[in-house]
Design a protein around this ligand. Structure first.
Ligand SMILES: Cc1cc2nc3c(=O)[nH]c(=O)nc-3n(C[C@H](O)[C@H](O)[C@H](O)COP(=O)(O)O)c2cc1C
Length: 492
């Protein structure tokens, strides 16, 4: 299977929805929490202090300060503000309570697992760990230096993000691989922003040998390594690395459901996008097409809301208040600025995703669809007029895309990603879309608004509506921002 075949086969259309009659098999819903049982489990200090640097400043590339502490305190702060449980929801009819996390996830199914290797952190043994969000603890799977091997150079912390596709496929079937990739993009930026808020830099590595990483981390076979994130921890938490030999505890991965269903299309796209060895130089680094628009964006709005509070209270809106409440053009400018800042990764020197903006209620901006040209800070009108019916219709009839103040289509130049990185580029374009989404979630929340990622849309109808030819790209993600309706099920 090629990425083109997979992408085509997993497009939504009215016909494909009519054909598919999928009911959720609740008896075999995969457990959202992975454990590697039988290994030492280490506490991460509870309630780590919240980074107070304004979230918008972090999005603009400013760094916060590291609070002096040992390795455990630092890891706790990092994960508490990127991957931990942050709230819960109660289903009124049954009383059933389920967890919500700092990082969002399609269907709240959380296919992404966080493993991390450490080297030379004070009071924290060098080794390989798996993060247990259910109790904010670290499972110690091995002692030894894994970071050098993983990142190609010594790094104090390397996070290995893996996907368990079955968690997502249980609900979304073959299309689920796309959501797994988005999820990784969200998790990457959740980590990268938290690292920056703590005064650290991070660098993501998408080009690695999949099988080698899976083997060296002894991952359960249902977990696929997707992205490595190397974190430069500040000197305050560093000491000389341990010198002993590698010791393995390993642990037995819990079974997530009694039965699993295999999806050949998911196996196919995963195999097609795997690398056997380290990649060479990327192919042609063509610069994306440049364009301009008739509307110049004003300077981005500002907000003093602190990073810790923003990311711990970030939520997806179930729906938005669709009445007369609007957002300002300066707020939209801040969201777009946050979305299009540089990303630190081996695949992000050239960007693949362009934003189309369905402006419903943005003060000073006539209702229309616009294409965003980030280099010039301009919006180019693509279609005039009220876009509410279109935005909801294209998003599989989801009202939230109409009731928001603004909705988005993210269009990725998948062919250019292929020319630069081969089949692996399919992953990168989706990581980028997820990363943009995460940055927009955080920006919206900092501005007193709320966002929702939208993975469900009628692919080719979007292309027709926006007049996008195949060589210009394909839609990979939708998004909405506005004033949320309250969700009484959320408990802090
Ligand atoms: C990639 C992605 C796709 C999503 N697609 C939809 C969608 O189509 N419709 C929707 O209402 N929510 C969607 N969501 C929002 C999730 O349902 C939400 O993140 C999840 O329930 C967890 O809630 P939280 O974001 O408040 O933590 C999506 C989220 C992500 C990350």
């Amino acid at each position: 299977m090629t990425w083109r075949e997979y992408h085509e086969a997993t497009k939504h259309s009215t016909e494909s929805l009519m054909r598919s009659r999928h009911t959720l098999d609740w008896a075999h819903m995969p457990d959202p929490f992975r454990h590697y049982d039988g290994v030492p489990v280490l506490d991460l200090p509870a309630d780590p202090p919240a980074p107070e640097i304004p979230a918008l400043e972090v999005l603009q590339g400013e760094s916060g300060a590291t609070l002096a502490g040992d390795g455990g305190a630092f890891l706790s702060q990092l994960l508490y503000h990127s991957a931990a449980i942050s709230a819960s929801k109660r289903v009124p009819s049954t009383g059933y309570k389920y967890a919500l996390r700092v990082n969002p996830s399609s269907g709240n199914l959380h296919p992404t697992e966080f493993h991390f290797a450490t080297r030379g952190l004070k009071e924290w043994a060098d080794g390989l760990y798996h993060y247990r969000p259910s109790s904010h603890m670290a499972e110690q799977r091995s002692l030894g230096d894994f970071t050098t091997n993983l990142a190609g150079a010594a790094a104090p912390i390397v996070i290995v993000l893996t996907s368990i596709a079955w968690r997502e496929a249980w609900k979304y079937r073959a299309r689920a691989y796309r959501y797994c990739l988005h999820d990784v993009g969200h998790a990457w930026q959740a980590l990268s922003l938290a690292a920056r808020a703590l005064g650290c830099r991070s660098y993501a590595i998408g080009g690695f040998s999949d099988d080698e990483v899976a083997l060296s981390c002894r991952l359960s076979e249902d977990e696929w390594p997707m992205l490595l994130v190397a974190i430069e921890a500040p000197s305050v938490v560093l000491r000389a690395p341990d010198e002993h030999e590698t010791v393995w505890f390993g642990g037995k991965a819990n079974r997530l459901s009694k039965e699993t269903v295999s999806y050949p299309a998911i196996e196919g796209i995963h195999t097609a996008t795997k690398l056997d060895s380290l990649p060479g130089q990327p192919g042609s680094a063509e610069v994306p097409r440049d364009g301009s628009g008739e509307i110049r964006l004003p300077p981005p709005d500002s907000s003093r809301r602190g990073f810790g509070a923003v990311v711990r209270t970030r939520r997806s809106a179930l729906d938005f208040r669709g009445g007369t409440e609007s957002m300002t053009l300066a707020q939209l400018s801040a969201v777009l600025d946050a979305a299009t800042r540089p990303l630190d990764a081996d695949f992000a020197a050239v960007r693949f995703v362009q934003l189309y903006v369905y402006a419903h209620r943005v003060e000073g901006l006539p209702a229309a669809v616009y294409r965003h040209w980030p280099e010039r800070g301009e919006l180019e009108q693509v279609r005039p007029g009220d876009q509410r019916v279109a935005a909801a219709g294209l998003s599989l009839g989801q009202d939230l895309a109409a009731n928001a103040c603004v909705a988005f289509s993210m269009v990725a130049d998948l062919d250019r990603a292929d020319r630069a990185h081969g089949d692996r580029g399919y992953r990168y374009a989706h990581f980028e879309a997820g990363a943009l989404g995460q940055r927009m979630y955080v920006a919206a929340e900092a501005l007193g608004l709320r966002a929702t990622g939208i993975g469900a849309f009628f692919d080719d109808q979007v292309h027709r509506y926006l007049g996008i030819e195949r060589e210009q790209g394909q839609v990979v993600y939708h998004f909405a921002i506005g004033h949320p309706v309250p969700d009484p099920r959320v408990e802090a």
